[in-house]
Write a protein that binds this ligand. Structure first.
Ligand code: ZN
Ligand code: ZN
Length: 365
């Protein structure tokens, strides 16, 4: 069970803000299913549960396994122990609601809906998206503290790459070494399987660490993160294991230039699509436009990928207190890949890098 470091008052502030949103949407109640949003609103870290936010109270439904934990972590919520289907007690609670009921559609399965629907038939229901996720975009001081701590640990894990000796070992072996070190030094479950991608494997943006043996004179993409008090961090560096060919070296230099430019441009009020554009323009100007296919970054919080999105399609605008990644990449199929990623927090005048670490061409052995 994860410790709950969030001060109690924070949950009240969050629920109050959510109730204002519900009132604006003319909703009398909201069914929350995403376990990270449940954690955000109540502090409850269990993996099974449903929360209903009502005007005057919050009800947490879970089973006997979480009886004690729910009462300890979420004393402000009324706990209802579920013995069969959650839809039964849920229906009873919602029968008394006067007004429209919202259901967060982002995490609703068809099976859940089939079970909920008969209980909600007498009510006007509305499938709504992202209400809690929207609140989660702007981080409190306490949330930024947790993310910063996770970022510091991630930097320490990254620094291991220079010390442990990577050449001659498999990607998988190096990834496991780093993951274990992260866990041993305070990370909760790591937020994703570490990417250690050697040579041509680095050209796949979502490569998994496999059996390839890391050799000399190539590029090595290392994408890692840690979790502290439930909050994630995300960081990528690309190392060299000696001299590399001119194409791969150029891909490296261009990616670095794009990353620096996007970091320098981003700040409160920047449109996420424009931050993406700044990096993309540089990569395109070097004739590598088609080699950078993914978005520039994403929000980081309780989830390692959350709102807002930094991409050419995004309609989001950066605001002070948002935590996002800036991660351009250039991928040369069959040869190498480069990605340089930092987690940053938006301040009152720009962004502060939470994962400060050497980005220049660094040779490891
Ligand atoms: Zn990453
Ligand atoms: Zn990322």
């Amino acid at each position: 069970m994860n410790p709950v470091a969030t001060p109690r008052g924070e949950h009240e502030t969050r629920v109050k803000a959510l109730r204002e949103r519900l009132a604006a949407e003319d909703l009398a109640a909201l069914i929350v299913l995403d376990h990270l949003s449940i954690r955000y609103l109540t502090g409850f870290t269990g993996s099974a549960g449903v929360v209903v936010v009502l005007p005057e109270e919050m009800v947490l439904f879970s089973d006997f396994r979480y009886r004690t934990q729910a009462r300890e972590q979420a004393p402000q919520a009324r706990f209802i122990e579920v013995e069969g289907e959650v839809s039964d007690p849920l229906g009873t609670v919602l029968a008394e609601v006067d007004g429209r009921v919202g259901v967060e559609k982002d995490h609703l399965t068809v099976l859940q809906w089939e079970r909920f629907e008969p209980k909600l038939r007498a009510k006007e229901t509305l499938l709504v998206g992202g209400l809690v996720q929207d609140l989660r975009r702007i981080k409190s001081v306490e949330e930024i503290r947790a993310i910063s701590e996770a970022c510091r640990l991630t930097v320490a894990v990254m620094d291991r790459v220079r010390e442990i000796g990577v050449v001659g070992r498999s990607e998988r072996d190096v990834a496991l070494d780093l993951e274990m070190w992260a866990r041993r030094h305070g990370s909760d479950v790591v937020p994703f399987a570490y990417i250690v991608a050697w040579g041509p494997n680095g050209a796949k943006p979502h490569a998994v660490a496999g059996d390839a043996i890391i050799g000399d004179n190539g590029l090595l993409v290392v994408d890692i993160g840690t979790t502290i008090d439930g909050y994630a961090s995300d960081m990528t560096r690309t190392f060299a294991t000696g001299e590399v060919g001119s194409e791969c070296r150029r891909a490296f230099d261009v990616t670095l230039e794009a990353q620096e430019a996007a970091r320098g441009f981003a700040g409160p009020g920047s449109r996420c699509s424009e931050v993406d554009r700044v990096a993309r323009d540089i990569i395109e100007a070097h004739g590598l436009g088609g080699r950078f296919k993914h978005g520039l970054g994403h929000g980081v919080g309780l989830d390692v990928h959350e709102a807002p999105t930094l991409s050419h399609r995004s309609e989001d605008v950066l605001k002070q207190g948002m935590v996002v990644t800036i991660e351009p990449g250039v991928y040369l199929e069959g040869a190498c890949g480069v990605r340089i990623e930092d987690t940053v927090v938006v301040t009152d005048r720009g962004v502060e890098v939470l994962t400060p670490y050497e980005r220049g061409f660094t040779i490891v052995s």
